[in-house]
Structure formats: C-alpha cells, structure tokens
Ligand binder design. Structure first.
Ligand code: SF4
Length: 733
C-alpha cells in the first residue's frame, strides 16, 4: 500500500483539497475502483469537505479513455490508430502550410479551465509567442470573462480581492446571479454553517429569478425579472446615496468617477426600480438597508451576472456598491466572483484568454509584450499587438473559411457553445481539427481529424489556483493509461518540431512552472515565491513574492487584496462605472413569450464528460427537464411529467416538464449538462444565442426567448448514454 496523495478536486473553481489513497481491495475487474478519494482536512479552502462530484471522481478515471493518437482525413471516415510521431508530424505540417497560405491568424486553439497552469502557459508560448497569433481562448470565456473585464476596469487588474474566510466574518452576504448551494457547494457550506450559527445577526440576500436551493435559505430573496440586475443595483445605490449610507472619505480618497455615477442614480427612484425588477419597494429598501447598515458586506456572483450581453456592466455596477460604501479591502467585505472551472484562475494568471499575456498582462500593452518576448527569448514584435479571436469569433472564423487549424483541448464545444447547430455546422466546415482530450467518445470528437489522448487529473503533475487565489500542487499518483501524455508535453512537442527547441526544452512540469512564476514578478499576482517543491508542503495563496513582505510571510492564506486601499490603476484609485441597463439581447415577445434561463445541477459537471460516466450521479440526475411556473403550466395545459417542445429562433428541444413554484412566472429553466451523447434533442444550447457582452465578449448563455408547445407522444430518453451505440475504434477502452 503506497502513501496517500494530496491534491485538488478537478471539477469546480471552489478548489477543494482531496486526499487520494489506493483502494484496500485491489482492482480485479472493470467497475472496481483502484482509488479512494476523501476530503483533505488540512486544505485551507475546503477543510475536509467535498461534494458528490469530488467524492466520486475516482470512478471516472478508467472509463472510456482515449489511449492512442488517432487520425482520419475526412469526418466521414473511421479513425485509425497512429503513432505519436505520425500525429505530431501531421499537426506540424498543417500548421506550417497554414502559416504559408493563410498566415498565423488562421491558427486557433480553444482550451479549458480544466488545464493546469503549466498546460496553459505552454500553449500561450506556442501560440502567442512562437506562432505570432493571439488566437488562444478558453471555455473560461463562456464562464467568467465578464468578471475579469470588470476587475480590470474597476481596479486596474484582474484578481478577486476576497478570500473564503470572509464567508465566516461577514455581516451581510449579497449573492446575485449565483446558485452557490448547487454550483459551488463547499463555498456555500462554509457560509451556511456560519449563517445558521449567527441566526438573525448575519443577513443572506439572494437575487435570482429562481427560488434556488440558495434562495430558500435567504433572509431576503429578490426574484427579479431576468436582465434587470443593473436597475436593481442602481436602485440600491440610489437609496444608499439618499440616506447617506455611504463612505464619503473612501469615495473621496480612493475612487474616481463618482460624480458621473451619482448623476445617473437620480434615474432610479425605488418605485420605478421595484416596478422594472418585479419586486416590492419594501424588499428593495430592505436590501439597501442591509448594504448601508451592515459593518461588512460581501457579494458573491457567478454566471448569472457574467453570462450576459452586458456582463461587464453588471459586474462593475455591483462593484460600485462596494465602492460607494467602502466595503472592500477589509475582512468580511468585497466583491467576490466565483469561478466555474478548477483552474480558470490559473488560466487567467498564465494569459489564457485571447487578450491577455502571462502575469496579468495585456497583449495591447507594448511594455507587457516586450517583457514577455524577452522572457521567451523571441525577437521583438513576435507577439501580435491585437487581441486574438475570442471563443465565438473562432466559430465565425470557421464559418468564413478563415481558420486553417482548429485545436481544441480539454473541452467539449459541440455541447457548450451557444447556438449549437450553427456551432456544429462551423465545426463540420473546419479543414483540420485537432481534439486533445482524456475521454472518448465526446460530442466534439465527431468533428476531429486528429484525436490526441491527454493525461488527466492524477496522471500528470501540475498546479491549479482556485477562486480565492489559493494555489495547490496536484501530483501524479497513477500512470497515464495507454499512450496518453500531459497537455503541456504535447504543446511543447509541436513547438520543438516547429523549430523552437530552446523555448520548449523543459524536462518536467516543475521547470515550466518556475519559468511561469518568473513572469509574475512585480505583478499583482506575484507568485515568484512559489514552486512545485514549496507547494509540496501545502497550498499557498497569492500574492506570494519571492521577497516576502511581513504580511505575506505571516499568512499563507486568508489574504485579501487592496487592504491599503491603493488599487492597481495608474492613479491608485478604483473606478466607478455609470451604466444604465440595456436589458436582454433577446427579450420575450408575442411569438416567443418566455425567457429561458439555463444552469447547473448539483451533481453534474459541464457536459458530463466525467460525471455522465458515474452511476451515482446519473441516478441523482437521470434526465434533463424544463421547470415551469404553475400559472404558465395551467395556460399551456400541461402537468409535471408531460412532454413539451421548447423552441427558440435557432432550434428546439423536447423535455419533460417539472411544474414548480420555485421559478418566476414567464421564466423557464433547463439544466445545461445534456449533449447529444446523453439525451435525445435536449441540448439547451440548441436554443441559446451567441450575442455577447461587447467588453468581455462573453455570450449571453443565461437568457433567450422561447415558446413552449405541448407534445402528445413522449420521446423515450435513453436509460444509458448513447456511447454504448457508438462503435469503438481501435485504441479506445
Ligand atoms: S465543491 Fe467543487 S471543488 Fe469542491 S468537491 Fe465539489 S466539485 Fe470539487
């Protein structure tokens, strides 16, 4: 029996510590588990707690793994097993020929917050440095890029300023656009315990059109109309200003732009705001009272704010409330975005979006480009000064024939992108798609010319950063199956074949990480004090400079940003933003009278690539559904269990309905997890549209207009995933 390994859960951005031990009973047949996983009590973020996803992760490790590289010339051909040399040569040739015929802008990579920091960093060096294209984007664009843009514009830098310890110190938690209980369960557990203990003394305000599990615990639930968040937040600020429940000294000494902001607040009297949002004036005033009179106010948000055509404006308007009340930079207070993916934060640090570079740098900034080019030993001008294509722009680029190489790693865009039929048509049009993943089949594999088997969690050693900036080493504790390789090794192998021998001469991921942290020196996310060796002793929160200050040396975690009230802007002041609401990009109308909203369930993760293969979770959430308010159900003449067809301007789905009081009248909900592999005609993104925030370029996956048609003949949903019907090519388990 070998020792246990301490690592991080590879599902969500909460970033719970896990301890992995060999199973007492050795594996004798398929279905027996080799590993036992439990919460790591010593991990500061989760303190031993895990949700069902983390607890069952080991069950997915050996199911439906892609073991060998596979290739085909056309999508209508079967895959053939090839050697790594053959696959890497083919990719290298296609990159070289595309560089000649179409230029670097025709090369795109679409990555994922499942990648470790070393994977992310190596991909940035390959794409942005060596190939001269900023066309690297990640599924984080669909998840939290509005939060990134808001932090940068309001504070001068990305980086959530709070930590999880704030959950247990605050006097008022304001949760908007986040069903934390289901989507970030361990963050929520920490707060819920404290909230119950402090009964009546600590307020929980939840803003959500659905009465989610989170909203059911709230002292005040504001079930606003979808798309009215900015009006609500400006309405709260209007009352705060009128009552003088503001921090005038903080506004005066630490912020810019207050005058313009205060001016627009005149347009938000309580009666108007309550009417637009569909709430009572009394509830609005109570929310403002909690903000104004609580000593410490913490706000949490996630996709309900970010996935919007005005996501950045929403996040900035929320941050305004912290600035007007001085609720930032102190224990129990601040604006705290919860990331979706386990290492979305690490991706941001490593430059893993099309407009950023490692160390919270921007591609548009000439000094930032210069620093990175020098570090990468590349000639001046190697990095393109313009941001590359964001996720949806890559789909449009494929449609327009502007992409010669589309490389997808650790994500499943054939389910997760908006307007999925359009996305699939674009993927079919791709002249050359590389798909690098641990699992097969996935929906996206259908569109690949080359399949590359990736080592996953527990099979490679690397780093992940969670939502509170805590950095954890995730060591390999088992060999990768078949010929699977670490993602960073695959990127580096292509870089070397392209002639960049010295740039990719690392012998292990620790060396990749060392190079990366050097690029964080002096930046807000300074991690120069971190290394694999140091993190082997336990997680550490950044900032963690090599030359530690008294404050950073004293604390390994529970650190906050901006405790000196000096922000990362040129003048050191945080910026107010004055936004009026524009509303939903596709509001309901007589033809499409309902607003559809989408979201996660407690047990499933994203497109079920892992969780769909775990029996316990499939039993927990056996099929997709549509939530409908009782009055709407009455008008439609349907009951729970009946089948309906939901149609938008782009497509349709067929689902069984659940009638529930827990959703606003006129609003519907579909969970986001079911792609074509796991259910027939139930992909919520068949309905969604691609309109995004003009600042963050994050699509409005949270809302679109739909109609509902009752259907008489129910469609049986498969009891088992469709993968059983998919022929298994050579080289797959
Ligand atoms: S809350 Fe998130 S990080 Fe924690 S165990 Fe669950 S899925 Fe994993």
């Amino acid at each position: 029996m070998t020792m246990s390994s301490k690592t991080l859960c590879p599902y969500c951005g909460v970033g719970c510590g896990l301890e992995v031990l060999p199973a007492a009973k050795p594996k004798v047949q398929d279905g027996d588990e080799e590993w036992v996983v439990r919460g790591d009590r010593a991990h500061p973020s989760s303190q031993g707690m895990v949700c069902v996803k983390g607890a069952t992760i080991a069950e997915s490790l050996d199911k439906n793994r892609l073991l060998y590289p596979m290739m085909r010339d056309r999508l209508d051909q079967p895959f053939q097993q090839v050697t790594w040399d053959q696959a890497l040569d083919r990719i290298t040739q296609q990159i070289q020929s595309t560089l000649i015929t179409q230029g670097p802008e025709a090369i795109c990579m679409y990555g994922s917050g499942q990648l470790q920091t070393e994977d992310y960093y190596t991909a940035q060096k390959l794409l942005k440095g060596c190939l001269g294209t900023n066309n690297f984007d990640a599924n984080s664009r669909l998840c939290m890029s509005s939060a990134v843009a808001a932090y940068i514009q309001s504070f001068g830098s990305d980086g959530p300023p709070c930590c999880y310890a704030d959950l247990e110190i605050t006097d008022c938690a304001f949760l908007i656009g986040t069903n934390t209980a289901d989507c970030h369960p361990i963050v929520y557990n920490r707060f819920r315990k404290y909230h119950r203990k402090k009964k009546g003394k600590v307020k929980l305000i939840v803003v959500d059109p659905r009465r989610t599990k989170t909203a059911q615990d709230a002292d005040l639930h504001l079930a606003i109309r979808p798309g009215t968040d900015i009006t609500l937040l400006n309405g709260i600020a209007h009352i705060l200003l009128g009552k003088r429940w503001i921090d005038a000294a903080f506004i005066d000494e630490c912020t810019s732009g207050f005058t313009d902001y205060a001016q627009i607040l005149g347009d938000y009297p309580p009666e108007h705001v309550a009417k637009v949002c569909g709430i009572t004036v009394a509830d609005l005033k109570e929310a403002a009272r909690c903000w104004g009179l609580s000593k410490r106010v913490l706000s949490l948000w996630s996709m309900g704010i970010n996935q919007s055509s005005e996501g950045t404006a929403k996040a900035r308007t929320l941050i305004n409330l912290h600035l007007i009340t001085g609720q930032i930079g102190k224990p129990g207070a601040g604006p705290f975005s919860l990331t979706g993916q386990p290492n979305a934060m690490g991706g941001r640090e490593a430059g893993g979006l099309s407009h950023i570079l490692p160390g919270y740098r921007l591609v548009k900034n000439p000094d930032h480009r210069h620093t990175v080019e020098v570090a990468w030993d590349l000639p001046a001008g190697s990095i393109n000064p313009m941001p590359g294509l964001a996720a949806w722009d890559m789909i449009v680029g494929l449609e327009q024939g502007q992409v010669g190489v589309f490389w997808i790693a650790a994500t499943n865009p054939a389910v997760s992108m908006p307007d999925i039929e359009r996305t699939k048509a674009a993927l079919r049009a791709s002249p050359f798609t590389v798909y690098q993943d641990a699992y097969y089949p996935t929906e996206t594999a259908d569109y690949a010319h080359v399949l590359l088997p990736a080592a996953q969690w527990g099979e490679k050693t690397g780093i992940m950063t969670n939502s509170e900036r805590t950095v954890t080493l995730c060591p390999a504790f088992r060999p990768a199956p078949g010929e699977a390789r670490a993602d960073w090794e695959i990127f580096a192998a292509v870089g070397q074949r392209l002639g960049f021998k010295t740039q990719f001469a690392w012998h292990n991921s620790a060396a990749v990480y060392d190079e990366f942290v050097r690029l964080t020196q002096g930046q807000p996310c300074d991690m120069t004090g971190l290394s694999h060796d140091r993190l082997a002793a336990g997680p550490i929160q950044w900032p963690c400079p090599q030359q530690e200050t008294e404050a950073t040396a004293a604390n390994k975690y529970d650190k906050r940003l901006y405790t000196d009230f000096i922000f990362a802007t040129a003048n050191g002041r945080a910026n107010f933003a004055a936004f009026h609401e524009k509303g939903l990009a596709e509001p309901p109308d007589p033809n499409y009278p309902f607003v559809l909203t989408t979201g996660r369930l407690y047990g499933h993760w994203h497109t079920q690539t892992r969780t769909g293969r775990i029996e316990k979770i499939r039993n927990l959430h056996p099929e997709p559904f549509l939530e409908v308010h009782p009055i709407d159900a009455q008008h439609l003449e349907v009951q729970s269990g009946n089948w309906v067809e939901v149609r938008s301007r782009r497509g349709f789905v067929r689902l069984r309905i659940k009638v529930t009081q827990y959703i606003r009248k006129g609003v519907l909900f579909i969970p986001m997890h079911w792609g074509a592999l796991w259910a027939d005609q139930a992909e919520c993104n068949a309905l969604t549209h691609s309109e995004g925030c003009p600042i963050s370029l994050q699509p409005e996956l949270k809302a679109c207009a739909v109609q509902v048609i009752p259907i008489k003949s129910p469609l049986p949903q498969p009891a088992q995933p469709h993968r059983q019907a998919v022929p298994t090519p050579i080289g797959l388990t």
